[in-house]
Each structure stands twice: as C-alpha cells, then as structure tokens.
Design a protein around this ligand. Sequence first.
Ligand code: FMN
Ligand code: SF4
Ligand code: SF4
Length: 436
Amino acid sequence: MADLSNDFVGIKSPNPFWLASAPPTDKAYNVERAFKAGWGGVVWKTLGEEGPPIVNVNGPRYGAIWGADRRLLGLNNIELITDRDLYINLREIKQVKKDWPDRAMIVSLMVPCEEEAWKRILPLVEETGADGIELNFGCPHGMSERGMGSAVGQVPEYIEMVTRWCKAYTRMPVIVKLTPNITDIRYPARAAHAGGADAVSLINTVSSIVSVNLDTFAPEPEIDGKGSHGGYCGPAVKPIALNMVAEIARDPETAGMPISGIGGVTTWKDAAEFLALGAGNVQVCTAAMTYGFKIVEEMISGLENWMDAKGHRSLNDVIGRATPNVTDWQYLNLNYVAKASINQDACIKCGRCHIACEDTSHQAITSVVDGRRHFEVIEEECVGCNLCVNVCPVENCITMEPLAAGTTDKRTGQKVEKKYANWTEHPNNPSVEAAE
Ligand SMILES: Cc1cc2nc3c(=O)[nH]c(=O)nc-3n(C[C@H](O)[C@H](O)[C@H](O)COP(=O)(O)O)c2cc1C
Ligand code: SF4
Ligand code: SF4
C-alpha cells in the first residue's frame, strides 16, 4: 500500500490532506470531528488580534455557481476572519493539538501590518504547541479595506517585511498564504522567499461578484438591497490555482520552496494534480463545506489506489513530477500534429461536435453523409484544436490521434517531421529573421 505520510517543512501528518483556514476549522468541535474523519491536518480559522470580536454580516454571506445538475462549482463568501474570542481559540487549539499529536495544527493569523502587533500575538500562538503559522495575506474583502489580508498580499515589500518579523519572533515554521488577486504570482512568492518564509500556500479566494439579482438589481449575496464583492473558491478556481502553483514551482528564484496547494480540491485526482505540479500537500475548504468531513475518506483511498496502480510508493514519487513539463508557449513542438477521431460505436449522433466545428472552428466534421446523419472528421480540414472533444457529451467518444512521423498531414500536404521544432526557430518569427 502506498505511503501517504507527509512531511511539510518538518510538520508531519499522516496524509497530505489538510483543511484550509475557514469555517470547517473555526472551533474545536469541528476540528476534532475532522480529525476523527481522517484529515491529516488543519489550518485553524484565521485569528486576529486581541480586542472586541470581529463583526460579520447577519444575513447571507455565501453565493454560488452551479452546474446544470445543481452540483456546486464555485462558492463566494463575504465572511471575515474568526469572530470568536482570541483566548477561547488559543485554549481550544492547545487542547486539540494535545489530543491529536500526530495531526498537523497550523494557526492562521491576520493582524495589522505593524511589528508590535505581530510581536504580541506570536508567543501566544507558540504557547499552544501548534506546529506552525500561516500568514493570511489573502482575504479579498472586509479585512483588506482595513489594511490587512490582500491589502498586504498585493504589495511584495509588505509581504517580505511581515514575513521577516514573524521569522524573527517565532521558532514556528512560517507559511505565507498568497492572494490570487494580483497580476503575477511570482512576485509575492519571491517576496515571501526573501523574507525567509518556510513555505507558501495558495490560493486564497478570488475577488468576485458571483451573480446579480435581476429583480432587485443587487449583487448576491444580497444584504438589504446591496451586495459587496466577495471571495470565490471551489472547483471553478482550480485551474487558476494550478497555474499559480506551477508558476512558483518552476520560477528559478523560488524553485524548491515548499508549496501547500489550495483551490478547488474535491477529489483525490485534484490533489494528485497539485502534487504533480509541485505542491508538497493540499488544503481543502469548499469540498468539506459542500460534502462534509467524510469526503477525505475518498480522497485518501483514491490517492492510495492510484499510487498503488502506478507503482508510486510515497508522495515524493509524485511531488513535482509534472513541473518540468510546464513550459512557455514558444517552446511547444510545432512539428507535433494530431487529428480528431470519432468512435462511431460510441457516438450518439447529437451533432454538437459538428455545430462547434462548423460555426467556430474549421468546418472539419460532417453532419450528413450519403443522406444519413453521420459525424465524421474531415482530415483535410482538421487543425487538431480539440474543441469537438471538449463539447462532446460522451467521454472518450472523440479522441485526438497524433500523426506518426513520416505520414502526410492531409491538411497541409506536408510530411510530419520527427524533429522537435518550436516558435523560437520558426521562419515566420520576426525575431528569427532579425537575428539572421
Ligand atoms: C467561507 C469561507 C471563509 C474563509 N475564511 C478564510 C480565513 O479566515 N482565512 C483564510 O486564510 N482563508 C479563508 N478562506 C479561504 C480558504 O481557506 C481557501 O483558501 C479557499 O476557499 C480556496 O480553497 P477551496 O477552493 O478548497 O475552497 C475562506 C473560504 C471560505 C469559503
Ligand atoms: S479538432 Fe477542431 S478542427 Fe478538428 S474536428 Fe475537432 S473541432 Fe474541428
Ligand atoms: S458530439 Fe460526440 S456524440 Fe455528439 S455527434 Fe459528435 S461525436 Fe457524436
């Protein structure tokens, strides 16, 4: 059986599935049941500094996007950091860590961007016996207007400065949680690295308006006729998160810095993809909020089964395996040629592929042949774009088949070459001409 045990910046957990800082981790009652269900660790719901409790709205704080089957695809929220008393949280963290010593206990923190504020809170957290801290530089609403959360995460100099303070005032590993609401994720990651962060985690939520009520003309979730931008997460944000994880993993300035992957992890496969792109473990929020804590059982058994089937003995056999295969567009092999192919036995003759290719691609799929409804790829026209594969409702009915070297591409009339050739050396590239 594959070994799922995880060592993330020296923090050990029985598996790589941690609950992200959010409502599932905001009290001992939740975290204990999460650990019973099998979660390897938690990042406790973000704590703020001592003082009057945080005030949340008293109406709806969530909005959502659904698929046609009402499956939740994206979740939007306008809630803030914990609204529970700092000392109650700290007491509970200490007790839960004592009761569950083999699980990772990370404490998420967000205090004002002042050295004294960080200096004050860090010893209090250290005293709980927690394994590490995560700096919440990501929250896109509510706290950012007060100069915290993404207001810090969008300024690399602040990230570096606060990370340095934390490294100076605690022995605990420091994980810097990054906001995706930024142009180029490599800059905040580099700043965290420069400040001495042990790791980064990403992504926090994406700034969003999830929908508008067309009767009241208010953004949703609606509070007395008004709405505010919130933070978007769940399956819909996974592609954004995967790309950002890969960007950091392959950036020479941050290569090797541990990454905790977050964003839309719902199945073992999502987790495996994050690991393959360079994440050392994953964190989960929306899937637990949608399906409950027990969803981790399927994540664990699914990952184990896949690793066993593929002969991966430990997570290290998977982590970062896809990173070298992420490249820039100009290095893709332009001599690689593929054509769509339709499995006639699987085809239900719905016609979607024909309409998509006919109206928006290359008019390369028939609809009627010899007076019969028949869908077949016209190789002379197919550019191999993959659109038909993506719109076909039958999985694996249309596949992309590479042409072997030496065969003739009926569209161009040219032989497929074996040698790799990319845009940087292509004769149509103006910079190639300029260099000659
Ligand atoms: C209701 C809600 C509250 C959240 N609160 C926090 C928080 O207090 N601190 C934090 O760092 N992230 C917070 N997050 C963000 C999550 O930790 C996570 O980064 C994000 O939801 C992406 O993961 P997911 O797609 O698995 O949900 C919150 C998310 C949700 C949905
Ligand atoms: S791959 Fe693109 S061009 Fe080829 S048949 Fe499909 S949609 Fe048309
Ligand atoms: S979309 Fe798929 S199922 Fe529908 S006609 Fe095309 S190949 Fe057949």
